[in-house]
Structure formats: structure tokens, C-alpha cells
Design a protein around this ligand. Structure first.
Ligand code: URP
Ligand code: ZN
Ligand code: ZN
Length: 465
């Protein structure tokens, strides 16, 4: 029997905040009230600090294979880094190989997490082929495997065509599954790649030019029309453009059940970074690319108004030295796509969102925890409430920290947020009542147990969010 009592903090939910003590036993929250004085193995004085539900990152690529390499964080380093940033659960993408069943690919990914993950984790399936057996597996995935969400790509060589997407949407609707989409138009990218190559424009900056806003907006619009036709719910991953957001807003007004996710990089960084000296712009090569300040502003307004429901990282790290700069110096198309972010999600979003007055702290909790747990059916997570897991972050709004890659725990040699001045940091992080990370006075340190993380069975979303 282990117990934890957090006293004197301001407990924050998606709907408000109050001064309260939180008592947890054996990993779950037992009592929330004032002046609690039960004995506990660990008693924390949180006065002057916020007590937040741990953030849930619903979009990570741990140990993801790419062209003979792997994204560099595995389930151990990735969850250690996550814990140090106040993320207490994540949902990772299962990597499918041609011919695999969903079951096989889920089991393979589970075996990568088992014995390594320091935090609880769930999975999204990935549908990379138009095969009837795969579509038929949606039902057991929702009911038995605990994987009720599936990503399809409209780009890359793992894309499926509109006919397959329509079938998938229709089947998903029968079982309450959620289809997630990476929405970009591949014909636009091919065309722009050719135009840019003819002009010899191959530096990292042209990665952004090869995927203009309309490339995302058109694909989102098409996807939303397909969801409208089939009456299925749909989730847009890593939304990056004002135009895409506008299509989402209009579709919602027409009654389409659409959810949208964006990421810190699309809210705080711009395409100007691709012009960084030397080859440094390659650090920001991810798809979709970084956009403009006008897009950043539109996405913040999307969060404020509820058109965007979740924040995620799309954490997919590749070293700058040795990987990004090994393959892409003569052509942006060869730069491994992806960027790290799992450790900086909460403090960057607190600083850029709450401290800068763009969103309330309650909204931050909603988009980092509460909506995410509801959309992906992680019933024990996402809120500070009796019966929920004691996944808690004691957050100090007075603690400043300048981001330096060398002080972070992600297994990668850079961060897109180098030099970013944080105006608040987690001071203590708990996963099911166990302390997993703490502020040392100069940086975060991990103090959890790799291998303790459990697979979280997701359940299909009942009703809307
Ligand atoms: O560039 C990115 N985002 N890489 C990760 C895979 C994806 O598309 O989400
Ligand atoms: Zn994607
Ligand atoms: Zn991704």
C-alpha cells in the first residue's frame, strides 16, 4: 500500500480550479478535499503551485522504422523524457508492414514497449493497405485489442486511396472507431518537387515550399467530405494551416463529427527557421512543414474556440548530426522527416499559451489531458477525480528555465525549442502515484522505473466530446 498526499496546491480541471488537497492510494485518487490530514508515505507541500492532470501525448512515433533507421527514442528513453516534461501517458503509432495483420503489428509494437516503458501507453493502428482482412480487423481491434483509432496517410508510399478511405470510414462507423488522417495532397507535392528541382531549389527551406498550405487544406477538405458522405467521425492529426482549420470549422457547422489536433511547432515556430544558417534548417523538416505567423495565430484561435480539441507532439526524433545532415544536404527531399518534442510539450504550451495570455490554464488542461482521454477512450486518465489514476503534475509557475538540448532527456542531439525561455516548469511528476520526475534546482531528473508502464486499452468513443 503506497500513499501520496499533495497539500495546499491549486487543483486545475478543464472547467475550473480550486484550492484542494489530493490523496492517492495504490496509484489511484481516493479523496480530494480541504485540510486532508491522513497519514501518507509521501506528503508534498504544493502551496503556490498548480496541481494538473498529467499530460497525454496522443501522437508519438517511438522506435519507428524509416529507411533502415529508427526514430531515436525507444519506449524507455521516450517515456523517461516524457515524464521529465509532465507527460504521463502517450499513444504511439503501430508501424504496419505490408501483409501484416493489425494484430501482428500491435503485438510487435507491444513487445518493444514491454519491460521498457516508464509510463502507461496506448496504441493507434495504421492502415497502409487496401486489404479486406485489415478492414475486417477494425471490429476486434475496437472490442478486443483495445485499439479503437487508426491512422491513414493520404501521402507517402504508405498512403491509401480515397476508395479505401471511404471503406475504412464506413467500417469504422459500425464499431465506433476513430479514423485519423495525415492530410496532404501527394500530387501537389510531386508537382512542386518537380518545379523546385528544375530551378535547383533543394535547400531545407524548399521543403516548406513543396507543401504549400493548399496541399493540406485540399486533403482535409476531401477527407471531411468523405466523412460527411459516410457519416463517420474523423480526427485530423497535426493540423498546421489556417485554411485547413477553416474547412474543419465549416464541416463542424454542417454536423460532421470532426476532431482536430495541432502541435507546439505549428503554434510557435515559422517557416523562416528553414532559412537558418548552414544546414540548420533541416532540424525543422517535418511534415506538414512549419507555416507562418498568421497560421500560428489561427491555430491558437482554433484552440480557444474549441475547433481544435487536442495538443500532441508528433514526436519523431532524428539526430541533426549523422542523420538529418547525412542524407539531405543536397536535397530537402532526402532529409528524414520528424522532430523531437515530447519533453517540451507541457512547459512550452504553458509558456506560449497560458503565460502569454492566449489560452486559460483550464483550456490547457482540456486540450492536453481531458479531451485526449475522452476521444481515445482512456477512462482512467485525463482528470483529477476520485477513482482516476494518480497521474499528477505539480507545476510551478514561478520556475523559469531556458531550454537547452543538453539538459533534456530525449535521445537526440537537438531541440527545435533551443533557447526558448520557459515561464513555468513541473516540479514533481507522478504516474499512478509513483514519483517519476522532479525538478533538481537546475533541470528535471527522472526518478521512475522503466518497465513499470502498462498497456492502456482504449475504448471507442461513446457520444461526442
Ligand atoms: O514528419 C513527420 N511528421 N514524421 C512523422 C510521421 C508523420 O507523418 O506523422
Ligand atoms: Zn503524419
Ligand atoms: Zn506523426
Amino acid at each position: 500500500m503506497s500513499s501520496l498526499l499533495i497539500k495546499g496546491g491549486t487543483v486545475v480541471s478543464a472547467s475550473g480550479r480550486c484550492e484542494a488537497d489530493v490523496y492517492a492510494q495504490n496509484g489511484s485518487i481516493k479523496t480530494i478535499g480541504s485540510a486532508l490530514n491522513m497519514p501518507a508515505d509521501e506528503v508534498v507541500d504544493a502551496s503556490g503551485q498548480y496541481v494538473l492532470p498529467g499530460a497525454i501525448d496522443p501522437h508519438t512515433h517511438l522506435a519507428m522504422p524509416l529507411n533502415g533507421y529508427s526514430s531515436q527514442d525507444d519506449f524507455e528513453t521516450g517515456t523517461v523524457a516524457a515524464a521529465c516534461g509532465g507527460v504521463t501517458s502517450l499513444i504511439d503509432f503501430v508501424d504496419c508492414r505490408p501483409g501484416d495483420s493489425l494484430y501482428e503489428s500491435i503485438e510487435r509494437k507491444k513487445s518493444l514497449a514491454r519491460g521498457k516503458a516508464a509510463l502507461d501507453y496506448g496504441f493507434h493502428g495504421t492502415i497502409i493497405e487496401d486489404r479486406p482482412e485489415l478492414i475486417a480487423e477494425l471490429k476486434p481491434a475496437c472490442l478486443d485489442y483495445g485499439v479503437p483509432s487508426f491512422k491513414v496517410y493520404m501521402v507517402y508510399d504508405i498512403r491509401v486511396d480515397d476508395a479505401a478511405i471511404l471503406q475504412l470510414l464506413a467500417e469504422a462507423k459500425k464499431h465506433g472507431a476513430l479514423v485519423q488522417v495525415h492530410a496532404e495532397n501527394p500530387a501537389v507535392i510531386d508537382y512542386m518537387n518537380r518545379v523546385l528541382a528544375q530551378k535547383g531549389k533543394l535547400a531545407p527551406y524548399y521543403h516548406a515550399k513543396s507543401r504549400p498550405n493548399l496541399c493540406e487544406a485540399e486533403a482535409i477538405h476531401r477527407m471531411l467530405k468523405m466523412a460527411e458522405l459516410t457519416g463517420s467521425r474523423v480526427y485530423i492529426v497535426h493540423l498546421s494551416t489556417a485554411e485547413g482549420l477553416e474547412h474543419i470549422r465549416r464541416a463542424r457547422e454542417r454536423g460532421v463529427e470532426v476532431y482536430a489536433e495541432t502541435c507546439p511547432q505549428y503554434l510557435t515556430l515559422t517557416e523562416e527557421l528553414y532559412k537558418s544558417p548552414g544546414f540548420e534548417g533541416a532540424k525543422y523538416v517535418c511534415s506538414p512543414p512549419l507555416r507562418t505567423e498568421a497560421d500560428n495565430r489561427a491555430l491558437w484561435s482554433g484552440i480557444r474556440t474549441g475547433a481544435i480539441q487536442t495538443l500532441a507532439t508528433d514526436h519523431c526524433p532524428f539526430d541533426f548530426h549523422g542523420l538529418k545532415d547525412r542524407f539531405g544536404t543536397d536535397d530537402y527531399k532526402k532529409i528524414p522527416n520528424g522532430a523531437p518534442g515530447i519533453e517540451t510539450l507541457l512547459p512550452v504550451m504553458y509558456t506560449a499559451g497560458v503565460a502569454k495570455g492566449r489560452i486559460s490554464l483550464e483550456k490547457l488542461v482540456e486540450v492536453l489531458s481531458t479531451n485526449t482521454s475522452r476521444i481515445f477512450g482512456l477512462r482512467s486518465k485525463g482528470e483529477i477525480a476520485v477513482g482516476k489514476d494518480a497521474d499528477l503534475v505539480v507545476f510551478d509557475p514561478k520556475q523559469k528555465f531556458t531550454i537547452q538540448s543538453g539538459k533534456l532527456h530525449m535521445n537526440v542531439d537537438y531541440t527545435p525549442f533551443e533557447g526558448f525561455e520557459l515561464e513555468g516548469m513541473p516540479s514533481l511528476v507522478y504516474s499512478r502515484g509513483l514519483k517519476v520526475a522532479q525538478w533538481t534546482g537546475s533541470q528535471m531528473e527522472f526518478c521512475g522505473k522503466p518497465g513499470r508502464g502498462r498497456f492502456l486499452k482504449g475504448r471507442p468513443l461513446a457520444g461526442g466530446v
